[in-house]
Design a protein around this ligand. Sequence first.
Ligand SMILES: [Zn+2]
Ligand SMILES: [Zn+2]
Ligand SMILES: [Zn+2]
Ligand SMILES: [Zn+2]
Ligand SMILES: [Zn+2]
Length: 458
Amino acid sequence: MDHEDIRNGGPATDLRTPVLAIRHAICFTCLTASSNLKKCGTCKRVSYCSPKCQKTDWQRDHKKTCKILADSNKRRAELPRTAMLYEQYRSAKWLEIIAFKAQNPKYTDSQHRLMMHEPFCRHCYRSAPQLESQNQLRPCQTCRIAAFCADCPQEHPRSECKTFQTIGQDETFAIQHQRMTQRDFEVLCTEQPRETYLPLSTATGWHDYFTRISDKGEHMSEVTSEMQPMTDDPMAVKLAGLLRLASGTSSMALTILTALEAVFPDISTRTTLKLHFIGAAGPELASLMVFEELLHLLPSLKDLELTLVGFELPKPSTSTDDSAMKLECCPACTATSRTRSLRLWKGGYHDYVMTDGYQKPDLAVGFHTGFSQEEEEEWLPTVQYLAAAQHPTLFTSYNDTEMKEETAILERFGAKFLQRGEINKWKGLCPMLDFLEEKEGKYYFLHQYRYLLAGRDI
Ligand SMILES: [Zn+2]
Ligand SMILES: [Zn+2]
Ligand SMILES: [Zn+2]
Ligand SMILES: [Zn+2]
Ligand SMILES: [Zn+2]
């Protein structure tokens, strides 16, 4: 499953290969900004702040990757030296990627991101190997993500530059945050459990959620509705960075709660909830704490049972014993005997439902399954099962293409929709580059689209 995210260029918060590093704005190893970076002499596709960083990367990975990138340069040098259209650029790039995938069975996500996000001239779509040796690609001095060759205008549309700046700022914050915490994500729950239920559906967006439903109100005047700092004040900048980064995980809890509110009119009085995560992997496991937010926003809820099912999960240490692991709750929840439990099952969901341990969930959740673009034998039986299952299922996707493909497949299997595919109010706040889509200049967000299957008995 190395290529799980191949269509989107790797996990969203892949800090091994931030776009800023691939575009030569920061050192590829230590991710520090410097005006004095030196390119690898062989592939010229990565830059380092020092010989030490170059050596570290060489031993870590670049020994293998350098060869792939040098080969890629050779192919690019065979392309026309004249300006290309986006369509030509895109198809040449995909052909190259498919060829490298075939030649390198161990083609990694990092290598894929280096291929996908290689610098190119924003206007003529040529990359460095297609340019005369004196014609160097120069980065946009504002965003440092777009680049221009010497033959083309040295600027790009202001709105695009602004989004690129946001991408750079989000990456820079995530890098600093990881340096301090060793985490490439953040979980920001409502600190104290709410005493009264306030429907999430009444919130107009992230700012309203943090202020009125959650308890970040006293600082929220420092950020805009887009969670950007109001001023250059370091505290405001830090708060905005944290809220934006945390939106990636909070998105999971809030998207679920929105679905629960749509499915269960009595959600505010329920005492137990069973959630099944289908095709679950790293993001769900790493940020389990975020589901505490459901306890904190639903005052009647006592027991939250989480079951993660997926091929990419670790094998449970006690494979025969079905007993659930107890997850730690916050002090306030623990004092009122509330519980969160976790079960893991490695494999396909259609197989899991046949096991003795299976209990019907209140809601099943498939985050970013990308099942329309995945291995058929792995996903089709699960999708077919869910289309006819006796419980509702929530899905999210990165983009509208996947959402449309997925809902078409589910429809063929006779699924009924409680909510059709739409933009998710609780999509993550950080834009991410999606360069090789059909339409140029698209960005995607975590959990950008959502849809909800009704289930058979509703
Ligand atoms: Zn460095
Ligand atoms: Zn190299
Ligand atoms: Zn150009
Ligand atoms: Zn720019
Ligand atoms: Zn709690």
